[in-house]
Write a protein that binds this ligand. Structure first.
Ligand code: ADP
Length: 678
């Protein structure tokens, strides 16, 4: 193509304007083309070009059989970088060779007078150096000349590739979106499933948390409710997991929170150092206990227990410290008591309320001959002689009613059949609520003592008996001498004889007393009963007393007439003894009152004095053999402590009772009762 010279231009008004493409068209030497110079162009073509250049729509004109092309600025982009500017003035067949197969026939149809058009028509154009899917809305219409023949084609063409791509992209996007949506839905489902899983895990976690906090609370309350305890859990690094217990502070841990802390963070390093090897041992799986003594004297027992997890691995150590001070002390106390019991010379036996023997010390073994293992579990009746078997139920009854049985003298049987004299002290063993759960019995072997007493009593009996013979002779001699002296007028001798007679009487009174004791002990005392009026006996004694006692006023009150069946002499000696004591233990000039009264089927005789009285602790002992109250007041008063003993034995043998009421410094009243003769 060559440039068009200005001189050649004719009416080229149709070629004005048209922007860039207008400039290009005008610069082309059209004479070199089949169109020839513009002035030669048919009017229809010129007219069409004028319209083309002035329209904003993409327009292409293909003229003649060669489809020589002319196009405007709006069409130019359709041609890409490869087809423009050669397309201007070039053949469409050549420009669109790659799509000619599809558009060529349509061009031919238009040349035959038809109009052709389509929307979103796809062609693969090679306009930028590579094949490209392009879409167009187009209309091909014939351009007719004055004769009505079709000279060329008017192509109005809108590229819709972008729109198409947009739709395509949109579709793709839609598809993608759907896919994404599907994916999202799937993900959603998965999420929902995960959510459910999470929810259930959450529930499980919550439940675990609840049960954990419950276990923790339980642990705390267990730890707090074990009295005198400290419970520590440590992890593998020796850090405290938990620490609780009522002796925390006592053991040097204050009440702050220790959880998660290392012992060195919360306490003195020495304490940790002292315990470190123990922590290591327990975390190595060893279970053991160590006794500990605190500087303040408390005793502790510390137990170490390894704790395993589900995988059977040790992941914690449990340390339980118990304050065993009380236990230790009571152990020591029981050990001491056991030693005392074992070393005691007395047999110490415990038994159940059903009389089964439950403990037996060495002395019991020595005394009765049974070894502990052969007698424990056996009945106590094995030790009781056949004629004394009823003693046990009586003792039990007394103990059950709350009494103690002290110094009960009886006989017991040894394994080899010997009879032992024993003194029993039996006391109830009570539990912490005060219920009697058993009995403890201390048996003292008094066989030797008894033998001694018998020997002594035999000796006293013998001596008294021997003394009695010369005394009787002496008495007889004094009586005779008295009779002879009566008329001698020797006042001194008379007085001396009367005093000698008195002293002999006293002496024989004493000797009789001893004789009676030894007789009593030998079981030789005889009670010879006969009915008599108690009133008469008292009067008789009073009369006699008035003759011999001048130091005191002895009185008797009116007595009912009652008869007793008793040994008159012995009852007389009881009353005389009570009067003589009243005189002995009260100051001169005081009144001694003898009374008697009937009470039910008994007569009660009493002797009252205004003397020194007797202390309560002596009251029940004064009836014991040889018992005398030792005070500054009594020391100078002669006596052997056998008068009341004999009196009591005599009264008991009559089925009566004897007792005393007294107040220190105010006097005493002695009573005895005897059954009234029926
Ligand atoms: P004895 O008088 O020979 O010592 P008893 O057996 O008659 O022996 O009395 C025992 C003890 O009881 C006496 O030693 C005395 O301490 C006390 N006793 C007896 N009777 C009286 C009394 N009436 N007043 C004060 N004490 C008495």
């Amino acid at each position: 193509m060559t440039a068009l010279s200005k001189s050649q231009s004719v009416d080229e008004s149709f070629l004005t304007g048209g922007g860039e493409m207008g400039v290009l068209i005008r610069s082309i030497d059209w004479s070199a083309t089949s169109l020839g110079t513009p002035e030669q162009w048919p009017a229809a073509l010129r007219y069409s070009i004028g319209m083309m250049l002035s329209t904003k729509f993409p327009v292409l004109i293909c003229w003649g059989k060669e489809y020589i092309q002319l196009y405007n600025d709006s069409f130019r982009p359709i041609l890409g970088i490869a087809k423009h500017p050669n397309a201007m003035g070039g053949s469409a067949k050549y420009t669109y060779s790659e799509i000619w197969e599809s558009i060529g026939p349509m061009f031919a149809d238009v040349m035959n007078g038809q109009s052709v058009g389509s929307t979103d028509f796809k062609v693969v154009l090679d306009r930028n150096g590579y094949p490209e899917d392009c879409y167009f809305d187009f209309s091909y219409s014939p351009i007719r000349d004055e004769k009505g023949d079709v000279g060329g084609i008017l192509v109005i063409c809108m590229e819709t590739t972008d729109k198409y791509h947009a739709i395509d992209g949109f579709q793709a996007m839609n598809e993608e979106m759907t896919a994404i949506n599907e994916e999202l839905a799937a993900a959603n489902e998965q999420m929902a499933a995960t959510n459910e899983e999470l929810a259930s895990v959450n529930e499980e976690l919550l439940a675990t948390q609840v049960s954990l906090s419950r276990s923790e609370k339980l642990f705390r309350s267990i730890a707090l409710n074990i009295p005198n305890a400290l419970i520590i859990m440590i992890d593998k690094d020796h850090k405290f997991i938990t620490i609780e217990g009522d002796i925390m502070e006592k053991m040097g841990y204050d009440s702050k929170s220790y959880a998660g802390k290392h012992p060195t963070e919360v306490g003195p390093p020495e304490r940790y150092e002292a315990s470190r090897h123990l922590y290591e041992r327990v975390l190595n799986g060893e279970r053991f206990s160590v006794p500990r003594k605190s500087s303040t004297g408390e005793d502790y027992m510390v137990h170490f227990v390894p704790i395993k997890n589900e995988a059977d691995e040790i992941d914690a150590g449990l340390i339980i410290a118990l304050d065993i001070t009380d236990i230790k002390q009571s152990e020591e106390k029981s050990a001491m008591l056991a030693a005392i019991i074992e070393s005691s010379d007395d047999a110490i036996i415990s038994k159940t309320l059903e009389s089964k023997i439950t403990s037996w010390n060495d002395s019991a073994e020595r005394m009765f001959g049974y070894k502990a293992d052969e007698i424990i579990g056996e009945t106590i009746y094995k030790l009781i002689p056949p004629d004394r078997q009823n003693e046990e139920p009586q003792i039990l009854a007394r103990l059950k009613s709350g009494d103690r049985v002290d110094h009960f003298e009886t006989k017991r049987l040894t394994k080899d059949g010997r009879l032992l004299d024993v003194s029993l002290s039996i006391s109830p063993v009570k539990d912490s609520d005060g219920h009697i759960i058993g009995l403890s019995k201390i048996a003292r072997d008094i066989t030797e003592k008894k033998l001694d007493e018998t020997r002594k009593s035999d000796f006293i009996g013998m001596v008294s008996h021997e003394l009695k013979t010369p005394l009787t002779s002496l008495n007889a001699l004094i009586q005779v001498a008295n009779a002879k002296l009566r008329n001698s007028g020797d006042a001194f001798l008379e007085g001396a004889m009367a005093k000698a007679s008195m002293q002999v009487k006293r002496m024989s009174g004493m000797i009789n007393g001893f004789l009676n004791v030894s007789r009593l002990e030998a079981g030789k005392i005889l009670i010879e009963k006969q009915p008599f009026e108690i009133k008469d006996l008292l009067q008789e004694i009073l009369d006699e007393t008035k003759l011999t006692i001048s130091s005191h006023v002895v009185n008797t009150s009116d007595c009912e007439s009652v008869s007793v069946n008793a040994d008159r002499d012995k009852i007389s000696s009881v009353v005389s003894n009570l009067i003589s004591n009243a005189v002995k233990y009260s100051p001169k000039g005081k009144l001694v009152q003898i009374s008697c009264r009937v009470s039910g089927d008994k007569v009660i005789v009493s002797v009252q004095d205004d003397g020194m009285g007797i202390k309560p602790q002596d009251l029940d002992k004064i009836f014991d053999r040889y018992y005398r109250v030792e005070t500054d007041h009594t020391r100078h008063i002669a006596g052997f402590g056998i008068g009341l003993y004999l009196s009591a034995e005599i009264i008991k043998r009559h089925g009566g009772e004897i007792w005393a009421e007294s107040e220190r410094g105010k006097g005493s009243t002695f009573y005895f009762s005897l059954p009234i003769a029926g």
